[in-house]
Ligand binder design. Structure first.
Ligand SMILES: CC(C)(COP(=O)(O)OP(=O)(O)OC[C@H]1O[C@@H](n2cnc3c(N)ncnc32)[C@H](O)[C@@H]1OP(=O)(O)O)[C@@H](O)C(=O)NCCC(=O)NCCS
Length: 211
């Protein structure tokens, strides 16, 4: 999954002092993970209904930016972003800059006038081998601090996985910062494996594409 990109620390303009040594911090490793979505001969029970769960809409942009800012705050992917940074990232998401939005497989959970959780899927554009372009990619999974550890991310993601399964989609991919323990534990518990894993069968013919 895409974490909020880290920003470069601001360098004062016209810094008069020469900098003798530039220490570049080691980037935190990120891992690809893949869930192989097996077709199910016996119809599966739909995951338990989550109150407030509904499709993500463009009119959620501001609420999603606030959720993004709050959910990542204090996490290993927190680069000190501001609300404007989060708004910019949400605008990029909606403009398909993080892969073509899959509106039909992206959901949010409403809690009053805010969003408590979101699970956003795009079609990855920069798939490294052995991935086929166009497979489903988990761009964001996030839960607001007051709702963390209450099963919202797991339920939202399970809902999305069942939806992809019903379309006949073979895989769901993501990228996660290796030290993001809550996210890694969540993904492992749902069956994601270190990837990227490719294989036969691309996106299902009948998979609804973008809005
Ligand atoms: C990762 C995140 C989405 C999990 O959301 P959540 O709604 O709290 O997750 P859930 O309550 O559904 O937890 C599901 C499982 O995830 C794992 N998990 C969640 N939080 C955890 C934590 N703090 N420590 C260890 N495992 C954790 C557990 O396996 C948990 O199952 P359990 O409660 O039965 O043990 C949330 O912490 C978040 O928004 N983080 C910031 C954004 C982010 O990093 N997103 C992922 C980027 S790839």
């Amino acid at each position: 999954m895409l974490a909020l990109p880290r920003r470069n620390p601001r360098v004062p303009p016209n810094n008069p002092k020469p900098t003798p040594t530039i220490l570049t911090p080691m980037p935190t490793p990120r891992d690809w993970m893949t869930l192989s979505i097996r077709p199910c001969a016996v119809p599966r029970h739909a995951p338990a209904a989550i109150p407030g769960l509904r499709p993500f809409k463009t009119s959620d942009a501001e609420a999603l930016a606030r959720l993004m800012l709050e959910s990542y705050r204090g996490s290993v992917d927190d680069g000190g972003e501001t609300l404007d940074d989060a708004r910019r990232d949400v605008n990029k998401l909606i403009a398909d800059d993080f892969g073509a939005m899959d509106w039909g497989a992206s959901i949010v959970v409403e809690a009053g006038d805010i969003l408590s959780s979101a699970t956003i899927v795009t079609r990855d554009r920069v798939a490294p081998p052995p991935l086929a372009a166009g497979e489903a990619f988990l761009a964001f999974s996030m839960t607001a601090p007051a709702w963390k550890r209450q099963g919202l991310a797991r339920s939202g993601l399970s809902h999305v996985i069942e939806l992809l399964r019903s379309r006949g989609e073979p895989r769901l991919h993501l990228v996660v910062t290796r030290t993001n323990t809550p996210a890694v534990m969540l993904y492992q518990s749902l069956g994601f494996e270190n990837g990227p894993i490719g294989g036969e069968g691309g996106p299902h013919q009948s998979a609804p594409s973008v809005q």
